[in-house]
Design a protein around this ligand. Structure first.
Ligand code: NAD
Ligand code: DAU
Length: 351
């Protein structure tokens, strides 16, 4: 069946993997990638598919409601997969307004456009909101996991803004009967992640022999999932998820930060031909992140039992692939850290 799917935030880290998967797997669908191209959005992430006949790029801000109405009408948008967001916790601590604006008001603007333009039959149109496990707050060092029924308890301005957006999406289902679905995923890693996040930042710093700033004692725990497995989950949930439902997505793959950092150091040193342990002295303990959540861990059994999704990659394989990708794509890293990529889209799309 033909669909015109609006994917927001498709020039970002997870978005480009979702856009690529949908463009390549579903030639019948037209994929409209709508992105504001903030510092985190990079069209160079999509050069391999940018000329595909079922792909269109639109530079726009999701907060611009009139523009969203226009885009829905111009492209006959049938469905939305919404990823656009401000996504970095440290930035949210410094600038909460931008997070509330994009993540809450931007989501509301998209929902409102969908509500107006799909009102003849909400059942035919799906609004899929991609969210985070951070809305559930933090776990202790025990064996508890976040499930779909865990109460919301966000701590950072980022997670508070994502929690608010989740509530708005559910409210549009409960109030207007819109066909929504939400997924809450754990930490992603893999190619094309902006090097402000732990894994690409540290790979880049090891490569340059720069200090690795470990927050606090490095004891915090995260549950890591290879980004392509997240994109596969989004595909399945978009097509088969139950209306109004929520699915947790995670890797059953918990790592204490310090242990993960040692695995990265080993992999980067090995791939650069350095002796084992060479870069361990780069580890530098720094002041902890304010309100730093202790532990995240996702129970994704519902997704497995109901929709048959499981991660396809073991972590050891995923981290080797990731390190290899960043070391083989040093131009990409250099461009995004030097601002060269901004010149690329200025040339292509103005501003
Ligand atoms: P990212 O920061 O790499 O990309 C975000 C994208 O959104 C960028 O391309 C940016 O240009 C675009 N954008 C930002 N503001 C916009 C606006 N106002 N209008 C239009 N486009 C805008 O983020 P990511 O890591 O790819 O995360 C994507 C989504 O997945 C987010 O909603 C995030 O909350 C969620 N998520 C991320 C992770 C993770 O580990 N990265 C885990 C779970 C959920
Ligand atoms: O859990 C899902 C979330 O994962 C997503 O919703 C967010 O968008 C994504 O950014 C990520 O949030 P985190 O805060 O967990 O990711 P980050 O890579 O910033 O940090 C991972 C851990 O590493 C965290 O405990 C903080 C720590 N850290 C991070 C950086 C950048 C450091 O110790 N030093 C650093 O320099």
């Amino acid at each position: 069946m033909k669909k015109n799917i609006l994917i927001t935030g498709g020039a970002g880290f997870i978005g480009n993997h979702v856009v690529r998967l949908f463009v390549q797997k579903y030639p019948n669908y037209r994929i409209i990638n709508l992105d504001k191209l903030t510092y985190a959005g990079n069209l160079a992430n999509l050069t391999d598919i940018e000329n595909e006949p079922n792909y269109v790029f639109v530079k726009a801000d999701i907060c611009d409601f009139e523009k969203m109405l226009e885009v829905f009408k111009t492209y006959g948008v049938t469905d939305v997969i919404h990823l656009a967001a401000e996504s970095h916790v440290d930035r949210s601590i410094k600038d909460p307004f931008t997070f509330a604006q994009t993540n809450v008001m931007g989501t509301l603007s998209l929902l409102q456009a969908a509500k107006e333009l799909w009102k003849e039959d909400y059942k035919k149109h799906r609004f899929y909101h991609v969210s985070t496990d951070e809305v559930y707050g933090a776990l202790e060092f025990d064996d508890t996991l976040f499930t779909e029924t865990t109460s919301y308890d966000p701590h950072s301005p980022y997670s508070a803004s994502k929690a608010a957006s989740d509530h708005f999406v559910r409210a549009f289902h409960d109030t207007y009967g819109m066909n929504i679905v939400i997924s809450n995923c754990s930490n992603n890693y893999g190619p094309y992640q902006f090097p402000e996040k732990l894994i690409p930042l540290f790979i880049n710093n090891i490569r340059h022999g720069k200090p690795l700033p470990v927050y606090g004692k490095g004891e915090n725990v995260r549950d890591w999932l290879y980004v392509v497995d997240h994109a596969r989950a989004i595909d399945i949930i978009f097509h088969e998820g139950k209306t109004g439902d929520t699915y947790n997505v995670g890797g059953f793959n918990e790592w204490k930060n310090l242990d993960l950092i040692k695995v990265m150091i080993k992999a980067v040193d090995k791939q650069l031909g350095k002796p084992e342990g060479h870069s361990l002295n780069l580890i530098t303990f720094v002041t902890d992140r304010a309100g730093h959540d202790l532990r995240y861990a996702i129970d994704s059994r519902k997704l497995k039992n109901e929709l048959g999704w499981e991660p396809s990659l073991q972590f050891e394989e995923g981290i080797e692939l990731t390190v290899k990708w960043y070391l083989e794509n040093q131009d990409w890293l250099d461009n995004v850290t030097s601002g060269e990529y901004e010149k690329y889209y200025e040339k292509m799309y103005g501003e």
